[in-house]
Design a protein around this ligand. Structure first.
Ligand code: ADP
Ligand code: MG
Length: 249
């Protein structure tokens, strides 16, 4: 089944056309990357898919179901999980605490959230498993404030995984990372690829071209091209509008 479909999504902020009839498909098991310059509308698109930003027009379908009018919470319950361009972690809490919050936010969970989350051994073991998937098991008792930036971004992925997602939306998971941190995150994304359908917004071209099954290029809110990495690399309009900037940088 198709994981995610957007159909003609439109969002205007005053005079700015943030998304302009964006139609794209994320097939089951595929990693579909969105690239485009700053201000192209990538985060707005993710917000519209997640339900945080109501589109002026257009539709979103998740796993074959039209979710356009559903709340963020309802979409999350259907299996949509996202991470943010700017981290949204509870800084004074430990890595494990943060994942426990995500674990307990699952609608379908069997974990009782009225007792101290740490006393719920199922929730704890589920959360530890999510930390292990992102390589942060040893950091479980460190507060977020004590984690390096790259570890914080990995923790966000652990939180998304703890919700038992069916589709992942990742907004610039490599933003602000050192080279070593990027390499670790790319390895993590490779491990998730194929196991979850992923819509990835990312600036790092090397990462995008090595990870994506499909790439769509967003410029001024419009998808100007969509195809395989090879097709995008050779697309004249894309090179002129976007990759050309990189080549001359
Ligand atoms: P990207 O993630 O590709 O950098 P954004 O989706 O954040 O782009 O922004 C697209 C455009 O919409 C930009 O011109 C931005 O300034 C504008 N924009 C985004 N969010 C808002 C908002 N809440 N209010 C007004 N303008 C916004
Ligand atoms: Mg953005």
């Amino acid at each position: 089944m198709t994981a995610l479909v957007t159909e003609n999504l439109v969002k205007r902020f005053g005079g700015v056309q943030a998304t302009d009839n964006v139609s794209l498909t994320v097939e089951d098991g595929q990693l579909h990357a969105i690239i485009g310059p700053n201000g192209a509308g990538k985060s707005t698109l993710i917000g519209q898919i997640a339900g945080e930003i109501a589109p002026d027009s257009g539709h979103v379908a998740l796993l074959g179901k039209d979710v356009t009018t559903l709340s963020v919470f309802a979409r999350a319950n259907l299996g949509l999980a996202r991470t943010y361009q700017i981290t949204q972690l509870a800084k004074e809490f430990t890595a494990l605490d943060n994942v426990l919050m995500a674990t307990n936010a699952r609608a379908s969970h069997n974990f009782s959230f009225w007792k101290n989350a740490h006393d719920d051994s199922d929730a704890v073991s589920h959360s530890l498993a999510a930390l292990a998937k992102v390589g942060l098991l040893d950091a479980k008792n460190r507060t977020v404030a004590e984690l390096a930036h790259g570890e914080q971004r990995q923790l966000e992925i652990a939180m998304a995984l703890a919700t038992g997602p069916k589709v992942l939306l990742l907004d610039e998971p490599l933003a602000g990372m050192s080279q070593g941190e990027s390499a670790a995150m790319i390895a993590l994304l490779k491990s998730l690829k194929g196991r979850y359908p992923i819509l990835l917004v990312e600036h790092d071209m090397d990462a995008v071209f090595s990870l994506a099954d499909r790439i769509s290029v967003l410029v001024y809110g419009r998808i100007i091209a969509s195809g395989t990495p090879e097709e995008i690399r050779n697309n004249v309009e894309v090179r002129a509008a976007y990759l050309g900037e990189e080549a001359t940088a």
